[in-house]
Design a protein around this ligand. Structure first.
Ligand code: SF4
Length: 376
């Protein structure tokens, strides 16, 4: 029986985000690790590898496909109510104990995290997105930076079909990968997990590349939203939240910041679940830092007004939500406040066309061939 790694390597192809070094080594630029990989070895992510002096990268499969409300990504300032056709491959460059997508992100590190891959082409994926009425196609579930070449292939098809594209990412990028993605990625969500480098090192990364990525994304014109999963005892001190929110505000006070509730998951079963009071405290800190759009997530209906969008100038209610459900939409066709006319930052449709779905669901897979059963 082939291993999962062997099955995935059957469809791998030469990547674009790398350079050849002396003595058969390669340097990968898909994520902030910038691995220098000898012939025959894998990168830290375990999905990109050096074979004969060439960097081979994942291609031609998905480990997960789902139709999600765009609010689940979460993007609150990009086409509210739209359906986000979401796909992911396997692997991650970090290893967060509280990962909520561990079945796909940790598939190559953790034997219990098996999610069978489905062979698929970019054309088939985009056809599925169009058939389901999606407006947006999103690379998510695993870390999309490490599978950037595949995402771009899918997004080229998506653009040709008139769809918007997005990344849901840990933000551990490089200047090279952001330049590579810029022509093809519209929306970019970053998980800013902490404002302590030692915390990032516990998760297998460094904080600096993530902060630099957030600055660059904003400068380069991606639409950026930031999420912080507030984990009690890990990143919920006033001091850390103040520094984190202050950093976002220094990039732009118009970047929406989502503070979301941790619930016990994967290997992190020790801290208590995040309370609504803690989310409210984090939101107050964000607003005091100057952020104009702060949202509470993962607690539908339990955080008062923190799920809604208000005009930062006249406080008119613009988008009313409960969880992923849009209750009311009042922006003008120009994406401005109907009360005072202030432009609201984001990517808005000319007309709100209602909400396609307010909960995730699986698209039908009859066109996709399952690979042979895979086990470690
Ligand atoms: S994607 Fe990141 S972890 Fe994977 S090989 Fe490239 S630099 Fe290393």
């Amino acid at each position: 029986m082939a291993t999962l790694q062997e099955v995935l390597q059957e469809t791998a192809r030469e990547g674009e985000l790398y350079e050849k070094l002396e003595r058969g080594f390669v340097r990968c630029y898909a994520c902030g690790h910038c691995c220098r990989i000898p012939d025959g070895q894998l990168g830290v992510c375990k999905v990109r590898y050096n074979e004969g002096g060439k960097l081979l990268v994942p291609w031609g499969y998905v480990a997960s496909v789902q139709c999600d409300p765009i609010e689940k990504k979460p993007f609150y300032h990009a086409y509210p109510g739209a359906l986000a056709y979401s796909f992911g491959m396997m692997g991650c460059d970090l290893h967060c104990g509280y990962c909520q997508n561990w079945v796909t992100s940790q598939a190559l590190r953790d034997p219990s995290a098996v999610s069978p891959p489905l062979r698929v082409t970019p054309e088939e994926l985009v056809r599925g997105a169009v058939q389901h009425g999606a407006k947006v196609v999103v690379s998510t579930y695993n870390e999309p930076l490490i599978t950037s070449e595949w995402a771009v292939a899918v997004f080229k098809e998506a653009r040709a079909a008139g769809l918007t594209t997005g990344f849901v990412s840990n933000g551990n990028g490089t200047p090279q990968v952001l330049e590579y993605l810029r022509p093809w990625v519209d929306l970019y969500k970053v998980d800013l997990k902490s404002f302590e480098d030692r915390h990032y090192r516990q998760l297998g990364g460094r904080m600096l590349p993530i902060l630099e990525t957030i600055r660059r994304l904003h400068e380069m014109g991606y639409w950026v939203e930031i999420v912080t999963l507030v984990v009690p005892g890990f990143n919920d001190s006033d001091d850390e939240l103040k520094r984190l929110a202050g950093f976002i505000a220094s990039v732009s006070p118009d970047i929406p910041w989502h503070v979301t509730a941790f619930h016990k998951d994967y290997k992190m079963t020790e801290p208590e679940n995040t309370s609504s009071q803690t989310l409210a405290r984090a939101a107050r800190i964000g607003k005091a830092a100057g952020l104009r759009f702060v949202y509470a997530g993962n607690m539908p209906g339990r955080t008062g007004e923190l799920e809604n969008t208000y005009c930062p100038d006249c406080h008119e209610l613009l988008v009313e939500r409960i969880g992923f459900h849009v209750i009311a939409y009042r922006l003008t066709s120009r994406g401005s406040c109907p009360g005072c006319g202030a432009a609201i930052p984001g990517r808005w449709a000319a007309d709100f066309q209602g909400q396609i779905a307010d909960s995730p669901y699986l698209p039908r897979f009859q066109k996709f061939d399952r690979t042979r059963a895979v086990r470690r």
